[in-house]
Ligand binder design. Structure first.
Ligand code: DC
Length: 223
């Protein structure tokens, strides 16, 4: 298989810091940040808007025949445009995360978005973030990272985020949810959460964001 030099994939469980790190490393390398989760969220958003059943593969396939979805570079972030409308903020809710998770279990949705992601990777250098980017979307990517952190550390980070937003926090409950979601994510048959065999695994439990970015940058620019 031809190795793709200009593609970096970043994968890992939620709370491992992959979103933040993907954005930072993409900016540092001057690559486009390909936020695959945002694409699943956008498809879910469209389905909700049109009243399409989230578990009905055929109805979703029909809806996808007319999908006008664009990821455009924005102010230090990627803007998500659906039918020309900027939905970047609207898709960042917990509800849209659940909706995205439902539609992402449908093969037709995965096929369509995988093809779109591959076509983006043909055109430009990308940092692709998402659970199947190193295994399914870009198996020939030259640089693959799998970010991990202990469940306790991820629960601590999530609790801190919520505290900063002034929301009530039950850290034990958050930890229980994380453990439950990890199990479900690893066990699902379509695109389960697992590291590509050739991915560099980084445990960020005891590392700062700057340390992880520096480590990745060094790997990509020197190997
Ligand atoms: O990373 P995120 O929270 O924005 O992802 C939203 C949902 O989309 C998540 O529940 C899993 C799904 N997803 C996926 O199945 N495959 C991807 N490559 C990215 C996201």
């Amino acid at each position: 298989m031809l190795t793709r030099k200009n593609i970096v994939t970043i994968d890992g469980p939620s709370g491992s810091g992959k979103s933040t790190l993907s954005r930072l490393i993409a900016a540092k390398l001057g690559y486009t940040f390909l936020d695959t989760g945002a694409m699943y969220r956008a498809v879910g958003y469209k389905a909700v808007q049109l009243g399409v059943d989230l578990d009905d593969g055929e109805a979703l396939a029909k809806m996808l025949e007319n999908l006008d979805l664009v990821l455009a570079p924005g102010d230090g972030d990627t803007r998500v445009l659906l039918d020309g409308e900027d939905i970047s903020l609207a898709i960042r809710t917990a509800e849209m995360g659940l909706v995205a998770s439902r539609v992402s279990a449908q093969g037709v949705v995965r096929q369509k978005l995988t093809a779109m992601q591959q076509s983006m990777g043909e055109k430009e250098a990308v940092v692709a973030e998402g659970r199947d980017t190193g295994t399914v979307v870009f198996p020939a990517a030259r640089y693959k990272f799998y970010l991990d952190a202990s469940a306790e550390e991820r629960a601590r980070r999530r609790s801190e985020q919520l505290r900063e937003k002034g929301q009530p926090v039950d850290e034990k409950e958050i930890l229980a949810q994380i453990i439950k979601r990890d199990r479900a994510d690893s066990a699902r048959s379509l695109a389960p959460l697992k590291a590509a065999e050739d991915a560099v695994i980084i445990d960020s439990s005891a590392m700062t964001i700057d340390e992880v970015v520096a480590f990745m940058f060094e790997k990509v620019t020197t190997s």
